[in-house]
Design a protein around this ligand. Structure first.
Ligand code: UD1
Ligand code: UDP
Length: 373
């Protein structure tokens, strides 16, 4: 069997690595296609190195651009590779432009698409990711939903065939790397941080960074933080802060360390040892509940509502009073802190990658891995 993996951004590399590994353990060598949506060393190569994905077959060097430029260029380049290689299935993960491009290019060549992390919905159609998720799910033949809730979202849209609830491969990634990170990374020493005495910040979502008003609200939250913080900054946010004249303001916040994006091992160690995490990232909402760290999400909705229901995540949006109110409560109320930190992980047991490989191998063997007419 010949599976092709199409990926291009940091979270896709991290979350597909366990699936690639599971195929390799079953004696199958997957075809690896990197679109190059992320291209800086610290947004891409560092993960390929740390996760030992050294055998990329195609680097498509799509790079940045408008939504259509990036998606369209990726689609054209992916199509060429798929036409030459004719894999048995194309795997995509998540909701980026790379995912949409890979799914559409593949299904139109009648190569079935398997969507890892299918069925997530924020129900906010102004997010590029929501459009990508919906379209990718509807272009897919096999859907790997991380949770029952995701499966129900698919069912509501009429997608009921070949849907498998397997857990989220983020758990596999965390379990495979957290211990290595704890031993190998010296990130706390490098930044003079003590366990549970700092907050970890990340933000890169378009709705938070592309508007001056929202980015200013974000900076105002950081200015009022009552505790030391570290922020490994996504290049998108760095660019926008400079463009909107907010760079000087954010970089002069006294108890805030701003650094380049970090490798996975350093980042995992920072997450695990954080007092709390404030983020607008999807993957980091998941990792915080897996690592038992309270999460305050700088958004008004989430496609990971399981984290909120479980009690490990609160949506604080960009409301300063609300965000700081929760942070103060976590600092002062030990019982409240314990409850959030001990919220149960809703994303499975860390064997999602194995299940995905196994299911696809079995479907292929039975001749059922094909685009239905
Ligand atoms: C993309 C995904 C988002 C995901 C995120 C993971 C889409 C629509 N968005 O957002 O869902 O959460 O990746 O991090 O697919 N840039 C660099 N170097 C890089 C990559 C990007 O400088 O290596 C800068 C460029 O100025 C670029 C901007 O970041 O224009 C945005 O990059 P892009 O890939 O378009 O979107 P992300 O914000 O990374
Ligand atoms: N991550 C990392 N270094 C960083 C920031 C994030 O390794 O400096 C990892 C993080 O552990 C998670 C993933 O990148 O696995 C999340 O990526 P991101 O927030 O960019 O995307 P999203 O999950 O929102 O799509």
């Amino acid at each position: 069997m010949k599976p092709a993996f199409v990926f291009g951004t940091r979270p896709e590399i991290i979350k597909l690595a366990p699936v690639i590994r599971a195929f390799e353990e079953r004696g199958v060598k997957p075809l690896l296609i990197h679109t190059g949506q992320h291209y800086d060393y610290e947004m891409s190569r560092v993960f390929l190195e740390e996760l030992e994905l050294d055998g990329i077959d195609y680097h498509l060097e799509v790079g940045s651009g408008t939504q259509a430029e990036q998606t369209g260029t990726a689609m054209i380049k992916i199509e060429r590779v798929l036409m030459d290689e004719r894999p048995d299935v194309t795997l995509v993960q998540g909701d980026t432009n790379t995912v949409l491009a890979g799914a559409i290019a593949s299904v139109k060549l009648k190569i079935p698409v398997a969507h890892v992390e299918a069925g997530l919905r924020s129900f906010d159609r102004t997010m590029p990711e929501e459009i990508n998720r919906i379209l990718a799910d509807h272009a897919s033949e096999v859907l790997f939903a991380p949770t029952e809730e995701a499966r129900r979202n698919l069912e509501r849209e009429g997608i009921t065939e070949n849907v498998y609830v397997v857990g989220n491969t983020v758990v596999d990634a965390v379990l495979q790397n957290a211990e290595i990170a704890e031993k190998k990374s010296d990130i706390l020493e490098r930044f003079g941080l003590k366990p549970k005495e700092y907050v970890l910040i990340t933000a890169h979502r378009a709705e938070n960074t592309d508007s001056r008003e929202n980015l200013t609200k974000f900076v105002e939250i950081l200015e009022a933080l009552p505790i030391k913080a570290i922020y490994p900054m996504h290049p998108r946010t760095r660019n926008r802060l400079k463009e909107f004249g907010l760079w000087k303001r954010i970089s002069s916040i006294e108890n805030l360390i701003i650094t380049k994006p970090l490798g996975y091992l350093d980042f995992l160690k920072l997450e695990k040892n954080a007092f709390a995490i404030m983020t607008d990232s999807g993957g980091i909402q998941e990792e915080s509940i897996i690592l038992n760290v309270p999460c305050l999400t700088l958004r008004y909705n989430t496609e990971r509502p399981e984290t909120v229901t479980a009690g490990g995540n609160v949506l604080v949006g960009l409301e300063k009073e609300r965000a700081l109110g929760y942070l103060q409560r976590l600092l002062k109320d030990g019982e409240f802190y314990r409850k959030m930190a001990e919220a149960p992980n809703p994303f499975g047991d860390g064997r999602a990658g194995e299940r995905i490989a196994q299911i696809l191998l079995e479907l292929h063997e039975k001749g059922e891995l094909k685009v239905r007419s």
